[in-house]
Write a protein that binds this ligand. Structure first.
Ligand SMILES: [Fe+2]
Length: 218
C-alpha cells in the first residue's frame, strides 16, 4: 500500500469509528446533575506542538510505525448544564507515551516514543461529540494513570480537567485525584477502559462525557 492509500484508509477508518461513537447513549452522570470537576492543567502541556495535531495520536502524520501502547478509542460528549451538546468546542488532550514521557522539552526522565503524538485536537460539531485514537495512559513517577483535557471555546477561559482509569490501585494515592472530595464527582472522571468486543487486536474503548457548568448563548 502506498502512503496515499494508507492515509485514505486511515481517514475512512477514523470516520467509521466516530460514526460508531455517535450511537453510544448518554450515561448516568448528567442524570445525577453533576458537573465535571475541573482539575489543574499541570506543567506538561506541550511547549512545542507536534507537527500533527489531529485526533489520531497513534500515527504521526503518515508515519508507517504506530505508537507503542494499548490502543484506546476515547470518545464522549461536551454537554452544557442542561445536558445539551456544545458545538464548536475545541477539545485538546495530552498524555504520556508508553514510557511515561510527555511531549515536553522538560520531560527527560526516559526516552520518548517518537511515534506517539502526545497531543491531539478535536472540534465538536452539533452532537457535541469528540473522538480520539490514543493509548491507555501508563503510570509515571508521582502520578496515577490519567489523560489531560483542555476545552477551548470562543469568548471563554480555557477549562481543564483530567480523566482516570477505573480499577487503578494508584488512584487512591494520587494527590490530584484525591483533591476531588465528592465521591460522585470523583467517579465521574474515573472511566472504564474496556475491551472492544469486535477487535481482534485487543483495542480498548473509553467514554468520558464532560458536563460544563454553563449554557452557551445561542
Ligand atoms: Fe499529567
Amino acid at each position: 500500500m502506498n502512503s496515499f492509500e494508507f492515509s485514505q484508509n486511515r481517514r475512512r477508518f477514523l470516520r467509521q469509528i466516530s460514526l460508531g461513537a455517535a450511537l453510544f447513549t448518554l450515561p448516568g452522570a448528567f442524570a445525577e446533575g453533576l458537573l465535571t470537576p475541573r482539575q489543574t492543567e499541570g506543567p506538561f502541556y506541550p511547549d512545542h506542538l507536534p507537527l500533527d495535531t489531529d485526533n489520531d495520536l497513534i500515527i504521526v502524520n503518515d508515519a508507517l510505525s504506530p505508537a507503542v501502547g494499548e490502543i484506546t478509542h476515547l470518545s464522549g460528549r461536551i454537554l452544557d448544564v442542561k445536558g445539551h451538546p456544545i458545538r464548536n468546542a475545541l477539545v485538546e488532550i495530552w498524555q504520556v507515551d508508553n514510557n511515561g514521557v510527555y511531549l515536553h522539552s522538560k520531560d527527560t526522565h526516559a526516552a520518548r516514543d517518537k511515534n506517539f503524538q502526545g497531543f491531539g485536537r478535536f472540534l465538536t460539531a452539533s452532537t457535541g461529540e469528540y473522538y480520539f485514537r490514543t493509548i491507555k495512559p501508563v503510570l509515571y513517577p508521582g502520578r496515577t494513570r490519567h489523560i489531560h483535557f483542555a476545552i477551548k471555546m470562543k469568548g471563554r477561559e480555557k477549562w481543564t480537567t483530567q480523566c482516570y482509569v477505573k480499577g487503578e490501585s494508584q488512584n487512591e494515592k494520587d494527590g490530584i485525584y484525591r483533591s476531588i472530595k465528592d465521591e460522585k464527582a470523583r467517579s465521574s472522571v474515573t472511566i472504564d477502559f474496556a475491551p472492544v468486543k469486535a477487535s481482534h487486536v485487543g483495542d480498548l474503548a473509553a467514554k468520558f462525557d464532560i458536563i460544563m457548568g454553563f449554557t452557551p448563548e445561542a
